[in-house]
Ligand binder design. Structure first.
Ligand code: IDP
Ligand code: MG
Length: 146
């Protein structure tokens, strides 16, 4: 059944620093998803505390914010049938040590022993999260994405 969705993808600061923006875009596009918006994000604490509010209080929350504040990210809206689940599959599981080879995290990241895992990308995990996160990073778009 057709279920055209949008998802919020971030190339995190480690991905930008390592020159992997093009590689992430290539994997999204060659899978057949459409990129409908893309911008460089100059980080603020408020922006990422809101984005990662579900993790407040966890031991990796402060290190996660510090990491996200360590440089620019690239925010992308990818669109397509079941793209939310599809991009999470392309990204691979959170821990890059065990992320499947063939995935972005499995191929391009490793655990460097830091307090927060640096794993190149973020992808929304549900329709509700995608709507919430798109509104955070693309406040200029209306609810239909225009
Ligand atoms: P996700 O990015 O795969 O959705 P989440 O559980 O939402 O994973 O966590 C957000 C981010 O926080 C992860 O991508 C990773 O960078 C970091 N993180 C999550 N869990 C841990 C942990 O147990 N230790 C260190 N960092 C973590
Ligand atoms: Mg998550």
């Amino acid at each position: 059944m057709a279920s055209i969705e949008r998802t919020l993808v971030l190339v995190k600061p480690d991905g930008v620093r390592r020159g992997l923006v093009g590689e992430v875009i290539r994997r999204i596009e060659t899978k057949g998803y459409e990129i409908s918006e893309l911008k460089l994000i100059v980080p603020t604490r408020e922006l990422f505390a809101t984005h990662y509010a579900e993790h407040e209080g966890k031991p990796f929350f402060e290190p996660l914010l510090e990491f996200m504040l360590s440089g620019p990210s690239v925010a992308i809206i990818a669109q397509g049938n079941r793209v939310i689940e599809g991009f999470r599959k392309l990204a691979g599981t959170t821990d890059p040590t065990v992320a499947e080879p063939g995935t972005i995290r499995g191929d391009l990241a490793r655990d460097q022993g830091t307090k927060v895992v640096q794993n190149i990308v973020h992808g929304s995990d549900s329709v509700e999260s995608a709507n919430r996160e798109i509104a955070i990073f693309f406040p200029e778009l209306n609810s239909k994405g225009h």
